[in-house]
Design a protein around this ligand. Structure first.
Ligand SMILES: [Zn+2]
Length: 257
């Protein structure tokens, strides 16, 4: 019976991991889940980097930050474009036709995909958000990632999310992808001048420690109805908090905490 329950839970949110291979496609790297036999406590058996012995895993609680005057506004260039939303079985993934770019330290990173977690993965001074958007960019060699995280709280209706909802969320991994016409991922980014920055990892197997994280300070809002619709599809697809292990979390002086 217990196994059956785990199976049912695993079907809820399941499956493969994301890395960026030479082709630039996000591929499956093994089965994982958020509960049961393939839950986060066992991800180290799928990929060693996910084990508790690793030192720069994500997500983390954001607290005790170092203000850094040198952190510049994030430079993302994005346009309205047709965006395919698919359900790989463990999240909802968006891929814009015209890929946005992110200028970082003189290097142009290109968007790989964006996806959602419910609840949030990062917490701020112990506070969880309802949802977290991860906008994933890769450098030209596809070995370094830069991910912008946006945390949502329940409040007013969100225009960016509404465009996706209006197309109809693909509810299962077997559901056909949907296309959202004229979606601009930049509309989801709250305030690019105000963020936290720290070195971390993918939050799903293979948990590669190659991610330069940018978590925006200003939370976005979504309505209760919007949250319910996303939660129904996403389930609980957030990894538990990981140890900070002495890492410095930088923050822009601008904005709240
Ligand atoms: Zn993510």
């Amino acid at each position: 019976m217990r196994r059956l329950l785990w199976f049912v839970a695993a079907v809820f949110v399941f499956a493969a991991a994301q890395i960026v291979p030479a082709s630039g496609q996000v591929i499956a790297a093994g089965d994982f889940a958020y509960t049961g036999d393939n839950g986060p406590g066992f991800w180290g058996e799928i990929s060693p980097a996910c084990a508790p012995t690793s030192v720069r895993q994500s997500p983390i609680d954001i607290d005790r930050v170092v203000l850094d005057q040198k952190l510049e506004p994030l430079r993302v260039i994005a346009t309205e474009t047709a965006t395919v939303i698919s359900n790989p079985g463990y999240t909802l993934v968006g891929k814009p036709d015209n890929r946005p770019t992110f200028e970082l330290g003189g290097v142009t990173y290109t968007l790989v995909e964006f996806h959602f977690h419910a609840l949030s993965e990062h917490t701020v001074q112990g506070q969880y958000g309802a949802l977290e958007l991860h906008v994933v960019f890769a450098d030209p060699s596809l070995t370094k990632l830069a991910v912008i995280g946006v945390i949502y709280r329940v409040g007013r209706s969100n225009g960016f999310l509404q465009k996706i909802l209006a197309a109809g969320l693909p509810e299962k991994s077997t559901s056909a992808p949907v296309t959202v016409e004229n979606l601009n991922v930049a509309d989801a980014l709250t305030d690019m001048r105000s963020y936290y920055n720290y070195p971390g990892s993918l939050t799903t197997p293979p948990c590669s420690e190659t991610v330069n994280w940018f978590v925006l300070k200003r939370w976005a809002e979504l309505s209760q109805e919007q949250f319910d619709a996303f939660r129904k599809v996403l389930g609980n697809d957030f990894r538990p908090l990981q140890k900070r292990n002495g890492r410095v979390v930088k923050a822009t002086p601008r904005g709240p905490f």
